[in-house]
Design a protein around this ligand. Structure first.
Ligand SMILES: [Zn+2]
Length: 110
């Protein structure tokens, strides 16, 4: 019982932090659009990709793009690319051909 309470608390904190991060990235992206700030826009897309990578590691499905990103074509694409990159990294880390002595990725993961 106490363990379940602990897990719920940890999950609630994680969800809270993820939502705050997504909100901050979305706000930065909108600010970049308004100010035509290409650097901030690129950084926002980079961070959206990082959220996608983290989502893959947390077991979030590819089709579950966060609503704050899903309504922006660029943020959605960045999040999805991050998710795909994380999936590929996970596959490559367990691929015996990628982890051979050659030091080169196999044809499938090249
Ligand atoms: Zn491989």
């Amino acid at each position: 019982m106490q363990l379940q309470t602990f897990k719920a608390s940890v999950l609630a904190d994680r969800l809270h932090n993820v939502l705050l991060e997504e909100l901050r990235i979305r706000a930065d992206f909108e600010k970049a659009e308004l100010l035509e700030d290409d650097d901030l826009s690129a950084w926002s897309r980079h961070e959206s990709g990082a959220c996608g990578r983290a989502a893959y590691c947390d077991g979030i499905p590819y089709t579950s793009t966060p609503p704050l990103f899903a309504s922006s074509k660029m943020l959605k694409a960045s999040w999805q690319q991050g998710w795909i990159d994380a999936e590929e990294n996970a596959e490559m880390s367990t691929c015996p051909h990628c982890n051979s002595d050659s030091g080169l990725p196999c044809p499938t993961h090249d």
